[in-house]
Write a protein that binds this ligand. Sequence first.
Ligand code: THU
Length: 125
Amino acid sequence: MTDRELFRLSVKAAENAYAPYSGFKVGAALLTKDGRVFTGCNVENSSYGATICAERGAMMKAISEGCRNFEAIAISGNGGSSWPCGICRQFMFEFSEDLRIISGDGEDALKVHSLSELLPEGFRL
Ligand code: THU
């Protein structure tokens, strides 16, 4: 699975986003160490704080299926770049500090950062 393919899957996943309030449709495609891909999209709510981000949706699907070892996640917002919010960074940090995070303005302009770059000194109990 290449970064470009994973990003493409994130764009596809965003088709299912429920984003009537922001109009910003986010998709995430999470690659596990054993080669499985779990996708997610943002699901907004009239009570805005109840909104769930695409990244956490994808992580929840994977973890609830017994997968906890992650290689990379690609994220897109309206087909372009979308980097994870602070809550999602911390949520992902719990499972994989060195997760590769891929996003960019289209599949020809992808950038990659490790999660520990985006969240230095993440919180751990
Ligand atoms: N959003 C995500 O899905 N992931 C993030 O990491 C940042 C924000 C969503 C939440 C909301 O539905 C929309 O983007 C605008 O904030």
